[in-house]
Design a protein around this ligand. Structure first.
Ligand code: R2B
Ligand code: URA
Length: 469
């Protein structure tokens, strides 16, 4: 892993960000961990989830060392993690060892003895001459000679280990790239390899009772959506579109042994889709699938767009318009990046122009944890804000590039990204939220709207399979 130091040029004087410069990192994808969060708290600075850099702070008052918040790649391997931890820990150890409080005390005492203030008229720290400081250094070295030798030994030992680890990481990454392994690991969980059987409880499938590679090994596209009925209609539609053999009646719900999910219907909201995604991603892993693209096909509320517009998500954003998803893991909050695959999104947009009655745009999708208050609706059982506040919020969302609002995109984007799955979110708007909150459009019109994302995704799949010019 080769890192280069780069300086952040757009510094804003008043902002805490001014205190930090950034280093480009050889691997992308922003993610924070509890360790990063702790450091961020300590330095009063937190890089954005999308940040792809190491962040370097100003020299510490006591140690004169610059603190670093290391970037954590989403696909960080155990070896890379070991290296990052050792570097971070070495930095903390160094900081604690070379605190210069004794030097500061000495300078203060000498200045006081001479009747001088600690700072000059311009507020700069007063210093002592080299000769005066030499007295301090001699005394310091005499009294700390053993400590110093131990520090030096430890310093060399740590740096030697870090250098070795860096070489191993580079070798490992090169090997993974050469053998193509880097792309194929959909799961990020070392515990899975130690399990005899993996029961995908909500799908009623298991690695012992089902031959997953045989059943699903050739899967290249996965489409998920919120409603069982809509997904059944989609399964029938795509069956016809791809001219698959067999009868429509033969289409089997692969989760028929459970009523939790039907064929890739994920229910409503983050918790529901996230359970489904864990098991779906493990399914792809156990089935040894390769080069899969996953689509979420859904409905949404439009932000300044007429009903019936298809929105291809660029970034999934949270209620504060941040492209990130916060997952509570044990007692920590992990922040994950929610950018989706740009190439797939652009390809979808291009294909939309070939379809009749499928007005399509690309933009940010806001994901909320509630349909009513969470989306600024005035018609829920509860409402604590005024009509003006609602419109002010929607205006802000629109200014942040939000084109539509739904309830699953952030976790969908975040999980797929961490797991190396190319993903896209394609949702139709059922109403324009600047015009109202209630979905009052006739059922048959809504049904036609809901077919629009399906048509677009089916068209994409046909193009990719070479079934269309
Ligand atoms: C869109 O529609 C559902 C709420 O009605 C929700 O699952 C979503 O994301
Ligand atoms: N789904 C949502 O989450 N919000 C809407 O306004 C419509 C569909």
């Amino acid at each position: 892993m080769i890192r280069t130091v780069r300086h952040f040029v757009t510094l804003r004087k008043s902002s805490i960000h001014t205190a930090f410069s950034l280093r480009s990192c050889s691997r992308s994808h922003g993610r924070n961990s509890s360790q990063t969060t702790k450091r961020a708290e300590r330095f009063g600075f937190s890089p954005a989830a999308t940040s792809k850099y190491d962040w370097i702070g100003p020299p510490d008052r006591l140690s004169n060392l610059r603190p670093i918040i290391y970037h954590i790649p989403e696909n960080e391997s155990p070896l890379e993690r070991e290296l990052r931890h050792l570097r971070q820990e070495t930095e903390d150890w160094n900081h604690d060892t070379v605190r210069q409080s004794e030097k500061e005390e000495f300078v203060k005492a000498q200045l006081a003895a001479k009747g001088l203030p600690e700072r000059d008229e311009d507020g700069r720290k007063m210093t002592l001459s080299h000769e005066e400081m030499a007295v301090f250094y001699k005394h310091f070295l005499d009294t700390n000679i053993t400590r110093h030798a131990t520090y030096n030994r430890e310093w060399y030992k740590r740096n030697f280990t870090i250098t070795l680890l860096m070489a191993r990481v580079t070798l490992q990454n090169t090997w993974r790239t050469v053998t193509g392994q880097a792309r194929e690991e959909y799961v990020k969980n070392p515990h899975l390899d130690t399990m005899n059987e993996d029961i995908l409880y909500h799908f009623s499938l298991s690695t012992k009772t089902h031959d997953l590679p045989q059943m699903f090994g050739d899967v290249k596209f996965v489409c998920v959506g919120g409603s069982a009925n809509r997904m059944r209609i989609f399964a029938e539609f795509i069956h016809e579109q791809l001219e698959l053999p067999g009868d429509l009646a033969d289409i089997k719900d692969i989760c028929e042994g459970t009523d939790r999910y039907s064929m890739y219907k994920h229910g409503m909201g983050v918790p529901s889709i996230s359970i489904m995604l864990h098991e779906l991603i493990k399914l792809l892993y156990h089935a040894r699938c390769r080069d899969v693209i996953i689509f979420r096909i859904g409905t949404s509320g439009g932000v300044g767009l007429p009903a019936g517009t298809v929105v291809i998500t660029d970034k999934a954003v949270d209620s504060f318009f941040r492209p990130q998803f916060e997952q509570v893991v044990l007692d920590k909050v992990i922040i994950r990046n929610t950018e989706l695959d740009k190439d797939v999104a652009q390809e979808l947009l291009q294909y939309s122009t070939e379809l009749p009655e499928t007005p399509t745009v690309i933009g940010n999708t806001m994901c909320t944890h509630d349909f009513y208050e969470g989306q600024g609706r005035l018609d829920g059982a509860l409402c604590t804000f005024s009509t003006e506040e609602k419109f002010e919020y929607l205006r802000k969302a629109s200014e942040a590039g939000v084109k539509n609002i739904e309830m699953e995109s952030t976790v969908f984007a975040a999980m797929c990204r961490v797991c190396n799955l190319k993903a896209a979110v394609v949702c139709v708007t059922l109403l324009n939220r600047f015009e109202g909150d209630q979905i009052s459009t006739p059922h048959c019109v809504l049904t036609e709207y809901q077919q629009r994302p399906q048509r677009l995704v089916a068209h994409f799949i046909k193009k990719r399979l070479g079934l269309l010019q």
